[in-house]
Design a protein around this ligand. Sequence first.
Ligand SMILES: NC(=O)c1ccc[n+]([C@@H]2O[C@H](COP(=O)([O-])OP(=O)(O)OC[C@H]3O[C@@H](n4cnc5c(N)ncnc54)[C@H](OP(=O)(O)O)[C@@H]3O)[C@@H](O)[C@H]2O)c1
Length: 327
Amino acid sequence: MALRVAVTGPTGEIGISTIEALEAHPDVTQIIGMARRPFDPTDRGWTKTVYRQGDILDRAAVNALVKDVDVVVHLAFIIMGTREESARINLAGTRNVFEATVAGGPRRLVYTSSVAAYGYHRDNPVPITEDVPTRGTPEHYYSEQKAACEHALAEATEGSSLEVYVLRPCIVAGPKAPALAEAMPWNQLPGAVRRLTQAVPVLKPPMPDPGTPVQLVHHDDVASAIALAVTTTTAPPGAYNIAGDGLVTMSDVGRALGARPIKVPHVAAVATSEVLARLPFVPSALEWLHAGRASTVMDTSKARDQLGWRPKYSAAETLSALADAVS
Ligand SMILES: NC(=O)c1ccc[n+]([C@@H]2O[C@H](COP(=O)([O-])OP(=O)(O)OC[C@H]3O[C@@H](n4cnc5c(N)ncnc54)[C@H](OP(=O)(O)O)[C@@H]3O)[C@@H](O)[C@H]2O)c1
């Protein structure tokens, strides 16, 4: 097999590891990456990859990207942003990628959705399997957009022969994916203040733990799942949950990333979420608090059994690799 692969968002936390996995795969002969900022693949020693600057909002640029490739991997997305800006890029840009891929020549599309597409609902089964509908949570822009993108994907590909693989990773972390650590407010403090808070235990910032379990997956394991979805000749198209083995707690996350965990009743997380949902205006960053109100632990047996995915890192090992990298 000689596969030519187009990748949107190859410079992101998942993108870099994905290109490394594709570069190492014998079946992949050429990779074309596209994102907005300048980037030189030779700086990373990549030999199969060419990079072009382009925006997924620009349909002509997307058409040119997907022309003459076998597989499209769509990673470009705005995760941490305002509701308005992220909606503009994520909904319109993602639809461009889906429609251009259906209209063009590729035979396969690999799209990274997210656990957030399921939404944070009290009646979510535990664990969640891929047949659970992706309802999203309207109060959380990212969850709402991830669900909307899956619906747009179903619409855009209806009746087409495109092979569609949808991966739904949990929170991605590791040395090359520090966004989880960077999102912790105390990591925004100036260096000297931050070092002081870390040196004196009582000064460590409190981190509430409402008892909601957390799944984590290492960026290299997400990349290996994407490489399998690109190259598999046996696993059927469809959705695949992606998470490392085991669970960690918010207290584990807080301790590893420099906070002082404080157990709070689960009802407090639900109440906070319900109050936020009623407010007329909530800053987009606060919408992430809705994620703590219900368990969204995924069953990953389909990825293991059908895709043959074998994550190398457990959730605890992923957290520890992240903590080592950012300490
Ligand atoms: N990280 C996680 O925890 C996680 C978990 C589950 C699912 N996912 C999903 O996995 C995918 C990749 O996530 P990530 O963590 O790698 O994100 P990321 O680190 O924020 O990277 C986003 C990538 O998209 C590019 N991009 C953004 N807007 C673009 C635009 N308008 N046109 C072209 N390229 C654009 C960025 O480069 P430029 O800014 O230079 O354009 C960058 O390469 C996303 O769909 C995300 O929702 C991520």
